[in-house]
Design a protein. Structure first.
Length: 69
């Protein structure tokens, strides 16, 4: 049963003729990085309410203003 609101990212890597498993794994890892799968997973690792997300965003914004960025 799919969970509402969570998208499904599917990556498919087919082995090429004469390709080693190491190069296949490296290609897969590059695809995962390019697609941002790990970054997306980390952002959804823990539930955060909208209020907490807004508080964190304000805190980061204030810090960047203090540092002059």
């Amino acid at each position: 049963m799919p969970v509402k609101g969570i998208g499904v990212m599917s990556l498919e890597v087919l082995i090429r003729e004469g390709e080693s498993q190491d190069s296949l794994l490296k290609r897969f890892q590059r695809m995962v990085q390019a697609a941002g799968v790990l970054r997306e997973a980390k952002t959804h690792r823990h539930f955060m309410s909208k209020r907490d997300a807004a508080r964190l965003k304000a805190k980061r914004s204030a810090r960047s203003r203090r540092l002059g960025k």
